[in-house]
Structure formats: C-alpha cells, structure tokens
Design a protein around this ligand. Structure first.
Ligand code: MRU
Length: 348
C-alpha cells in the first residue's frame, strides 16, 4: 500500500478518537468522543461504521464508561449502563454485541477489581490488534483466489474505514494490487448513504488504486457484460448456515453474479460469525430513517409525506456464496459444517 494506513478508531488520552466518516470524501476530520453518549451518537450517525470498526469503537467505549462512571457502589452499574447504551446503537453488526460481551466478562472478572478501566482498555486494544491481524490474513487468503489481470467489484465500504486494519473485502483488493494481480476495481456507489462512492473510492484512490464507481443499478449489467471476474463484499453478521447480512444491495448483487456465472465471495473475520443465529431470517435488520432516502445533500428527492422502506442491510442466502474468506482460510459450501468447525473467536 503506497500510503500511511487510515486510523479509523483509536484510544487517545481519555477519548475514543474516530475518523469522522460523515465528512468524507470532502475532508479528513477526527472526532474525540469523551463520553459514552457522544460515542453512541457517533456510531448511530455513522461517524464510525462498518462491522469490525463499530465493535472496536464499542470496546473502547466500555473503557470510556469506566473512566467516566462515578466511583463507589454504583460504579459497575454505571459501566454496564454505558455498555447497554452502546449496544442499542446498531442491531445488525454482531461485532458490536460480541465486543461488548467480551468487555462484560472483563468487568465481572473479580481479578480485575480495582483496575477495571485498565483491564477494559487492554481488552479493547487486543480486539483492535486481533482485527488488524485478521485483516492482513484475509487479504492474503482472498488474493490466493485471484489470477493476474483480475477485475473485481465490491459494494459498500469494507475497507480500512470499516475495520482496525486494511479491511475485509478491500484487504483482498489491497493485497491483489500489491501482488500485481488487480487490473480493475469497481465500487458500487451504495445508495442511500453512498459508502461506496464516498468511502471505498476515497480509500482506493488514496492508495493509488484506480477505481470505477457505478450506480448500484448498473452492477447487474456490468457483471453480465463480462467486465468483472469476481465480487467481494464484507459482512455484518454471518449465521450458522452461512447466510450473510451485509449492506442493502448485496443480495441483488449476489443474484446478478449467480446469473452471470461470476463467483460471489464474502470476506469476514471470525468476530462477524454469530453462533447464536441459525439462519438469515433470524438476523435483526436495522431500519433507518426515511429521510436518508427522501433527500440527498439537504435537498428533497421525494415528495413530503411519502412512506419509505429503508433497511440498512439485506440477507444473502448461502446458496449464492462461492466462499467465505476468513483469517483462518476460505470456507466452502456446505457452510454449516465449515462454520461449526471454526475455532471460537475472541468475544464469543
Ligand atoms: O451501515 P454501515 O456503513 O455500517 O454498513 C457497513 C457494511 O455493510 C459493510 O459492508 C460491513 O460492515 C462489512 S465491513 C468490513
């Protein structure tokens, strides 16, 4: 990669520092969240987003809760309330609740008494470090699927801005570029909030990787034209049978890839697998404000009073997925057996 890595979420002397993704691609601004309420607002409003990144942010948020809770008999309850607030911000990405499950165990461990803040901060740092390493390994495993001259398409942003490392799906793009395997990178713009054109294109361009942005509705035609060799996306939650929740528009992309005979791969760390959710229909799907659909850049694009259907994610059935790239290697169908054989990830 020909540039400094993006620092999406870090601990910075008493604050959770996040790169404010609402300002991209126009400007690079950092936001220091000094209270759990500020961090919860930042997660809800997508200043920080992407499944692994919000898990890391919430893990640091638990440390922030300990730093800001009143000492005394109500301390543990205060920290737990902070974690509850964070957990309620976004329901679909399981990395968030898994990071907080891990932090709750740290909070309750009698061995940490008297040094709760330090223990929570250390655990958050280890969740970040694990994500960095997972990203590196997913990039390598994913690139092993490619041949020189590969033309790849992705959806939403599954890059450095969505994780603690170089990303999930985009880690494959970065690795392929470094190995000289990547001929073209296509990024769906990703309506309604444009994570593809605002964030993925920004990241790839910053790294010197030429990228072509397209409207989501152009993807099926592009795949059918033979201009793409494989599709790689991230995931927000993977159920036990291999069904995958990811950004709205992923399911139609997988259908189009199947129709065009192009492999559709999902790239995700173990922290995105949910051992308590049997299948896609059981995954909670976040519904977002209708204003995200009825206006753009402050301008109304639909008549006032119109009703809106705005799920943030959809579910891609496992039958449409050729492989799931993890830090432990590439899972192939039947996914239920492959997933059951995975080791436990931190936070499980
Ligand atoms: O609503 P967002 O921007 O948080 O949605 C993000 C996605 O759907 C990503 O594709 C997913 O989190 C994988 S990121 C490595």
């Amino acid at each position: 990669m020909g540039c400094d890595p993006v620092e999406t979420v870090r601990w910075a002397s008493g604050a959770v520092r996040i790169l404010d993704q609402r300002a991209l691609p126009g400007s690079v601004e950092y936001l220091d969240c000094r209270t759990v309420g500020e961090l919860a607002h930042a997660i809800r409003t997508l200043a920080v987003r992407g499944a692994p990144a919000i898990g890391i942010a919430a893990a640091y948020g638990a440390a922030l809760a300990a730093l800001t809770a009143s000492p005394g008999p109500g301390f543990t309850g205060g920290v737990e309330a902070g974690m509850d607030l964070l957990e309620a911000t976004r329901p679909t990405a399981v990395n968030l609740s898994r990071a907080l499950t891990s932090q709750r165990a740290v909070l309750r461990d009698p061995g940490n008494s008297g040094m709760i803040f330090e223990a929570l901060l250390a655990n958050a740092e280890s969740i970040l470090a694990a994500d960095l390493e997972a990203s590196r390994l997913m990039g390598r495993h994913g690139a092993s699927l490619l041949h020189p001259g590969s033309r790849l398409l992705t959806h939403c942003n599954a890059g450095a801005l969505a994780t603690g490392g170089l990303g999930t799906a985009l880690a494959v793009f970065y690795e392929a570029w470094d190995r000289g395997l990547l001929a073209s990178a296509f990024a769906d713009e990703t309506r309604p909030l444009l994570q593809g054109s605002r964030l993925t294109a920004w990241e790839l361009a910053r790294a010197g990787i030429p990228v072509t942005v397209l409207p989501d509705s152009a993807a099926a035609g592009l795949l059918a034209s033979g201009a793409v060799d494989a599709v790689f996306t991230g995931a927000d939650r993977i159920a036990c049978n291999g069904d995958v929740a990811n950004k709205l528009g992923t399911y139609p992309l997988a259908l189009a890839a199947r129709e065009a005979g192009i492999p559709f791969y999902v790239v995700a760390p173990l922290s995105t697998f949910d051992p308590w959710t049997p299948d896609g229909p059981a995954i909670p799907i976040e519904q977002r404000d209708g204003g995200e659909v009825t206006s753009m850049g402050g301008c109304r694009t639909a008549p006032a009073g119109v009703s809106v259907y705005n799920p943030a994610f959809d579910v891609t059935p496992h039958e449409l997925i050729a492989g799931i790239v993890t830090e432990r290697g590439i899972l192939r169908p039947p996914f239920d057996a492959a997933i059951a054989a995975l080791p436990q990830s931190p936070g499980r």
